[in-house]
Design a protein around this ligand. Structure first.
Ligand code: NAD
Length: 338
């Protein structure tokens, strides 16, 4: 059975990555669209075979509760709107898949978790890397002990934020809509990876921030932020996040026997793994897979089989709490215990 998904927010990521990926889904199909732009919604509805009566605006979105064609609401709006639409979807009795980062604040994340619990609907955060074959392969190798005892991780995520050239970046430099700067948008991949690679939760963070306040892009949100995480087993992770450097999405895990490098690690379509030890380097053959479809199918399976998603609201909340601790460490210059 294929569950019906309503796509809320028909922006760049929805149109370019997510909607086209539904063709690869076994358990999900697009049955409704929610948009502030009727022309765009109609055009996409025709393209994806969505019935005209299943097009909603942000104003009449709540009436989606009366639409049996919609099982799951997938929120692809700017971060500052995730909480409002998750709560409204839960009140409409619909399961919720929301994009990352989950919300601007831990309080908003809590509200989302509580609303979904109260309505008895599933809540999942779209951490696509946790459904992506190279990342899953890296986790499996680490758990099997292929690298020996893991001692440290480095992770870097950055790109040039360009609100004049890319419309999708306009909200990213507004604190109210983005929650923060590169850390919320990109550094979260480094943070989440450090957590899923170690399988541990950090106990202490340090951070340094550097943002040129004369640059209009960084009036409200940060540019570069470097942070360190200490894990209970003693693993240290050093992560960088940037809005002012050419694109990078990579990490390296350092074990006592070998190191494992994914570069790119969190790209949409291309990944490369290298493993190195005293005898040399090798690049294991791993098959690329559609992480977007795998993620959406996981959400659908959780609804169909009444299971808790692998990346539930609580997973999103953990990252947002840590992000707040990283901001505090950068602001105060002190280590923050978490
Ligand atoms: P975007 O600006 O292209 O899309 C956002 C959509 O929301 C637009 O269609 C816009 O019209 C609509 N919108 C509705 N109300 C709005 C308001 N008040 N202000 C601004 N826009 C409003 O951005 P995007 O890059 O597609 O990002 C959308 C979401 O997807 C964000 O949560 C982002 O973090 C997430 N995202 C995730 C990934 C990933 O790899 N998982 C990649 C890119 C974006």
């Amino acid at each position: 059975k294929k569950l019906g998904f309503a796509i809320v927010g028909l922006g760049k990521f929805a149109q370019e990555q997510m909607m086209p990926s539904f063709k690869d889904c076994k358990h999900a199909r697009i049955t409704a669209l929610v948009s502030g732009s009727p022309d765009k919604a109609q055009k996409l509805a025709a393209e994806y075979g969505v019935e005209a009566k299943n097009i909603y605006s942000y104003d009449n979105f709540d009436s989606i509760k009366d639409n049996p064609a919609v099982d799951v609401v997938y929120i692809v709006l700017p971060v500052g709107l995730h909480a409002e639409y998750t709560v409204r979807a839960a009140k409409a009795g619909k399961h919720v898949l929301t994009e990352k980062p989950m919300a601007n604040t831990p309080e908003d994340c809590q509200k989302m978790i509580e609303a979904c619990k109260k309505a008895n609907v599933k809540l999942m955060v779209a951490y696509r890397a946790q459904y992506e074959p190279f990342n899953l392969d890296a986790i499996a190798r680490i758990r099997k002990g292929e690298l020996g005892k893991v001692m440290q991780i480095t992770a870097d995520h950055g790109r040039i934020v360009d609100p004049t050239g890319d419309k999708a970046d306009t909200w990213r430099i507004q604190k109210k809509l983005a929650g923060g700067g590169s850390l919320m948008d990109l550094g979260i991949y480094s943070l989440n990876a450090a957590r899923y690679l170690t399988g541990e939760e950090p106990v202490e963070v340090t951070a340094l921030e550097m943002s040129d306040k004369a640059d209009p892009r960084f009036k409200e949100v940060e540019d570069r932020i470097h942070f360190t995480l200490r894990f209970p087993s003693g693993i240290l992770a050093t992560c960088t996040s940037s809005y002012s450097t050419e694109g990078v999405k990579r990490y390296r895990v350092f074990g006592q026997k070998a190191w494992l490098d994914l570069d790119p690690a969190t790209d949409y379509y291309e990944h490369k793994m290298t493993i190195g030890d005293k005898d040399g380097q090798q690049q294991p053959k791993i098959k690329e897979g559609n992480q977007f479809a795998a993620e959406v199918d996981h959400m659908a399976e959780c609804v169909l089989q009444n299971k808790t998603p692998k990346t539930p609201g609580e997973e999103g909340l953990k990252d947002i709490r840590l992000i707040m601790a990283i901001y505090e460490a950068a602001r105060t210059g002190k280590k923050v215990k978490v």
